[in-house]
Design a protein around this ligand. Sequence first.
Ligand SMILES: O=P(O)(O)O[C@H]1O[C@H](CO)[C@@H](O)[C@H]1O
Ligand SMILES: O=c1cc[nH]c(=O)[nH]1
Length: 294
Amino acid sequence: MASLGSSELILNPDGSIYHLNLLPEDISPIIITVGDPGRVSQVSQYFDSIEIQNTKREFVTHTGYYAGKRITVLSTGIGTDNIDIVFNELDALANIDFQTRHIKDKKTRLNIIRVGTSGSIQADIPVDSFLMSTSGIGFDGLLHFYESGHVRNQSFEKALNDYLGWDRHNIHPYVVDGDPELIEIFRSNRIRYGITGTNSGFYGPQGRSLRLQTKIPDFNEKLAEFSYRNQHVTNLEMETAAMYGLARMLGHRAISLNVILANRATMEFSKKGRLSIDGLIKYTLDTIAQNSLV
Ligand SMILES: O=P(O)(O)O[C@H]1O[C@H](CO)[C@@H](O)[C@H]1O
Ligand SMILES: O=c1cc[nH]c(=O)[nH]1
């Protein structure tokens, strides 16, 4: 197979990957992703030591040790367009030889755990609670650009699209499940399960209207009423479904953990968001410490 050209696998003059600015040895196969670059140090403050610190654009990376485990924490910024960059470049760091520009024969599987924030669309899911996304519904278009049929939950996707009937609005969501092994590892009575909608914006695409009118006025209510095999759509954010799709296509494991900051049904917003996020960070680090992920 031909080697990857310099316009496809883009390396900086120091040999690091284009956007993340990282070398292959800079990352661990255990990776925590957060949206907010400021949240990276909120995670790494708990590390026993930090060996790598790197920043380019919204992509801040710290790699260090927590309870003897080498962990990378990395900010993705907001949105699935950034998830496309982060996941492709993390995979390149793990699975492409930067010297020969060839894909390695022996692949390394990454474990990618998102610690994010989200808004609930169910009245009974309180702000400041923790929620693990068992599946992600992508209202963005990212997976439609890849050969992704084999990683999507087609029966769920069909039931959802039949129910919503939003093709007339050019909205055709895709559905991908979280990694079943990571779901088991992160399961506990401190975290509830839910199905997460991943939206291509924070305002109109999540049914929010400040000055602009949304085209689908009952967007959140219609989603909240849908159920598939007794599971409900619980919350909205902006990364999970794309993470699940790219992770599965590339042979990695991904799970998305959310702090519920907003309750859109009761119109509440958390008054102690940072503290609640801190709680989910500690839960995540301790779960990583107590389990064998690689
Ligand atoms: O707090 P993070 O991880 O960024 O996650 C959520 O917050 C952002 C919007 O405020 C979006 O990225 C959404 O997914
Ligand atoms: O309502 C919310 C809260 C956090 N993040 C989102 O994307 N939506």
